[in-house]
Design a binder for this molecule. Structure first.
Ligand code: FES
Ligand code: FES
Length: 193
C-alpha cells in the first residue's frame, strides 16, 4: 500500500506494508537521523514530530501517519546554520556519543513550541521518556532552558558530554554525522541502550 505524508515540508509517497513501523520506513528512505535504540518505546532515540507532537517512531504504525506532517532532525538546521536548539546543545557540550541527541532535540523542540518558557522542572518532565546512556542530563536541561531564551517561540534541547565543539555540531545535526553513525552501529549491534 502507499502512504502519503509530508516530511520536513516535502510531500512524499512511500510504498509500505501494513504492518510496518514508521521508524523502519523513515530509515529505509534515508531519514536516518531518527535512531533505533530499544525498538520498544522505552528510550526515545527514535523521536520525531508528527503533526507537531513528539512521537516515538519505533512503535508508531506507518499507517497512522497517512496524511500527516512529520518533522525529523534532517528538517532542522545544517552544520553551517544550526537550529537554535541544536546550537544550544553544542554551546553547552550537551552530548557525548550523540546517539540520543536527535530524539532529545526533537522532543525539546516540541516542548518549546508548546511552552516557550518552561521551568527546569517542566523541561525535566518533558524529557523523562528520552534516555541518554553516556552523559548526565544536567547539560541537556541547561541547553533546553538556554534555547528557550534564544529562539523565537518554537524549538530546543541537548545532552551532557565530552566531545569537541566540532564533534558536538556533527552529532547535533543528526544525519551526516560520523559520531552518530559509529554510535548507531554500536547500538544496533548491542541491541538496546
Ligand atoms: S528506539 Fe524507539 S523508543 Fe527506543
Ligand atoms: S546516549 Fe546520549 S550522548 Fe550518548
Amino acid at each position: 500500500m502507499d502512504i502519503e505524508c509530508t516530511i520536513n515540508g516535502t510531500e512524499r509517497t512511500f510504498e509500505v506494508s501494513k504492518s510496518e513501523l514508521l521508524l523502519d520506513v523513515l530509515r529505509r528512505n534515508g531519514y536516518t537521523g531518527a535512531k533505533r535504540g530499544c525498538d520498544t518505546g522505552a528510550c526515545g532515540f527514535c523521536t520525531v514530530q508528527i503533526d507537531g507532537e513528539p512521537t516515538m517512531s519505533c512503535i508508531t504504525p506507518v499507517t497512522a501517519v497517512d496524511g500527516a506532517s512529520i518533522e525529523t532532525i534532517e528538517g532542522l538546521g545544517t552544520q553551517d546554520d544550526l537550529h537554535p536548539v541544536q546550537k544550544a546543545f553544542v554551546d553547552h557540550s550537551a552530548l557525548q556519543c550523540g546517539f540520543c541527541i536527535p530524539g532529545m532535540i526533537m522532543r525539546s523542540k516540541a516542548l518549546l513550541e508548546s511552552n516557550p518558557s518552561p521551568s527546569e522542572a517542566e523541561v525535566r518532565e518533558a524529557l523523562a521518556d528520552n534516555l541518554c546512556r553516556c552523559t548526565g542530563y544536567k547539560k541537556i536541561v541547561e541547553a533546553v532552558l538556554d534555547a528557550s531564551e534564544s529562539m523565537p517561540p518554537a524549538e530546543g534541547v541537548a545532552t551532557d558530554g565530552g566531545s569537541t565543539p566540532a564533534d558536538a555540531e556533527s552529532a547535533a545535526c543528526g544525519d551526516g554525522c560520523t559520531l552518530d553513525r559509529r554510535s548507531e552501529q554500536d547500538l544496533e549491534t548491542e541491541g538496546s541502550p
